[in-house]
Design a protein around this ligand. Structure first.
Ligand code: G3P
Ligand code: CA
Length: 263
């Protein structure tokens, strides 16, 4: 279990390109994912939504409104509808200093296209979003992982929904799971919670803002990986590494890479 050991090691901090290198390119586009690789991301993070006709696509929101020139709910649109949309121009308008003409007209990728393009050896960190809205999304995710021979040794499936993670585990006990958590005040982890998490997850992904050194060390001592999100500033990266996190999600994988090189 070399890969599992890596997640627990302090000598290797996992660099997760959050929505790709989404600080530099429109999130969840092939260009953003490829830039994540160029910028030394170990993993590419992919949020999943499902179309009206049951196709998994990479998108953060339940609607196409923010990240395309269209409008409406993903669940009410077919893949053909979504493929007509421009998923890059919004970025140029919102971040004129990072605008590039190649972003104009980028398309929303399907999970199949991503697997085909990035291949079976790429490390994927895939989130089941709104699983209650999309019955069957876990089955479809596993079907595509099998179809494209995606490694279960390296792939991590993440969700805020414990039910969704347990469903994945029931369908395929080999898939590695990460429980996402969201805190609105100082994060506290009880022994009972840790014991429960350990029954199904290899690690947790909490928002970083309210973490403490004590929390990070407690999770580590229990043998769980901890990958906070979304860490974009060097000072925060440095502090979290000192506290003992085993990786993190960042929109700027090149920044995290520099911090790790310097350490
Ligand atoms: O998956 C880690 C982090 O991305 C969770 O928050 O809203 O960015 O998907 P969100
Ligand atoms: Ca996510």
């Amino acid at each position: 279990e070399a890969e599992a050991a890596k997640h627990m090691s302090t000598s290797h901090i996992t660099n997760v390109a959050h929505r790709g290198a989404s600080g530099y390119a429109p999130e969840h586009t092939m260009l953003s994912y490829e830039l994540g690789d160029v910028m030394h991301g170990d993993y590419v993070e992919i949020d999943l939504q499902m179309t009206k006709d049951g196709k998994l696509i990479a998108m953060h929101d339940e609607t196409v409104n923010r990240t395309t020139n269209g409008s409406g709910r993903v669940k009410d649109l077919t893949l053909a509808d979504i493929k007509k949309l421009d998923a890059g121009s919004w970025f140029n308008k919102q971040y004129p200093e990072r605008a590039r003409s190649v972003y104009v007209g980028l398309r929303v990728p399907t999970l199949s296209e991503i697997f085909k393009k990035l291949g079976p050896t790429k490390k994927y960190y895939i989130e089941t979003k709104s699983p209650d809205v999309y019955p069957g999304m876990e089955e479809e995710l596993l079907r595509l992982m099998n179809k494209y021979h995606i490694s279960k040794e390296t792939t991590l499936i993440q969700s805020f929904s414990k039910e969704s993670l347990l469903k994945v585990k029931r369908l395929d006990p080999d898939v590695k799971l990460v429980q996402l958590l969201s805190y609105k005040k100082t994060a506290v982890m009880t022994d009972e919670q840790l014991a429960e998490l350990k029954t199904y997850a290899m690690g947790i992904g909490p928002n970083f803002t309210y973490l403490t050194k004590e929390y990070v060390q407690k999770v580590r001592t229990a043998g769980l990986a901890i990958h906070p999100y979304t860490v974009n500033e060097v000072a925060d990266m440095t502090r979290l590494i000192e506290w003992g996190v085993t990786g993190m999600f960042t929109n700027y994988p090149n920044r995290l890479h520099s911090v790790l090189q310097a350490n």
